[in-house]
Design a protein around this ligand. Structure first.
Ligand SMILES: C[S@@+](CC[C@H](N)C(=O)[O-])C[C@H]1O[C@@H](n2cnc3c(N)ncnc32)[C@H](O)[C@@H]1O
Length: 268
């Protein structure tokens, strides 16, 4: 039988994939590493199927190894007899606890079959939530920005684990980035916030990311020529008959506008 790593998506129950839902429904036990993933899983399985695992809040590597060995020792016998699932928010292969479990199972219980069901990651959910398009030809880098760090370099970055937005903001603006923050995007628990003001989200919330884009980045797309003037909504032309566009460039403040304030409907 098989241990499935199931990506649950960003946090709304109906963003679990059809395959993920089927696996959860058929699993004998569903393990979750945290309260939020457990809450999402409970939309699809009965509480009696939820398996208990104990994960200490520590960065001590020895303690972490011990905890993962214990978790694997709990899961492996069940995965020999039945299909079981381990759920994570987003995708199991993106900054996820599932990697620890996979390595521990591979090392100590190699007979256990492993399969992964991908999930909608915050990597893609942010784009829809913030109205960002990563156009053909554009680059996008993933970075972590915990504890006020401000990684710089690439033209466009998604920053995970933004736990001190004002401090991170300072470094990014100094390096010439426009920044938009997204908190609890497509999540059922808590308020969704999209803003370009770091002071609005100065209270720490782990489920916060940022999209940083170098100021003045030009976007050259053939269909940008179709864009109309935002103010009037008309197809204005210049005296030469050329369409009036802003060159396809959207600033952080425009992205944040009209979406902040927990309006989940605005995402869809
Ligand atoms: C450990 S990573 C997990 C990423 C997850 N596996 C994924 O694929 O989306 C946790 C970080 O992802 C980001 N994140 C995950 N879900 C999010 C959401 N719904 N809204 C905003 N940020 C989110 C936050 O930056 C958070 O600190």
């Amino acid at each position: 039988m098989t241990l499935y790593g199931v990506g649950l998506g960003p946090g709304e129950a109906d963003l679990v994939t059809v395959r993920g839902k089927e696996v959860l429904e058929n699993a004998a036990v569903v393990y979750s590493p945290g309260r939020l993933s457990r809450t999402v899983a409970l939309n699809h399985v009965d509480e009696s199927k939820i398996g208990e695992l104990d994960f200490p809040m520590t960065k001590d590597e020895e303690k972490l190894r011990t905890a993962w060995k214990e978790a694997a020792a709990e899961i492996a016998p069940n995965a020999r007899d039945d299909d079981v699932a381990f759920v994570t928010l987003g995708d199991p292969n993106v900054y996820s606890t599932f990697g620890h479990l996979r390595r521990t199972i591979d090392a100590f219980h190699p007979a256990v079959e492993l399969e992964i069901v991908p999930g909608v990651s915050a990597v893609t959910a942010f784009a829809t939530a913030m109205g960002v398009e990563i156009e053909a030809g554009a680059g996008l880098s993933l970075r972590e920005a915990a504890a006020g760090h401000s990684p710089t370099g690439p033209d466009r970055m998604i920053l995970f684990k933004v736990t001190d937005a004002p401090a991170t903001h300072e470094g990014l603006v100094e390096a010439g980035y426009d920044v938009t923050y997204g908190r609890r995007l497509f999540m059922e628990q808590g308020d969704t916030i999209i803003t370009d003001d770091p002071d609005e989200i100065d209270e720490r919330d782990y489920y916060t990311l940022a999209y940083a884009e170098k100021e003045g980045l030009e976007v050259e797309q053939a269909t940008a020529a179709f864009e109309t003037d935002d103010e009037t909504g008309t197809d204005e032309t210049t005296a030469d008959g050329e369409p009036v566009t802003d060159g396809g460039e959207r600033r952080a403040s425009e992205r944040a506008e009209g979406r902040a304030g927990g309006d989940r409907g605005g995402h869809r």
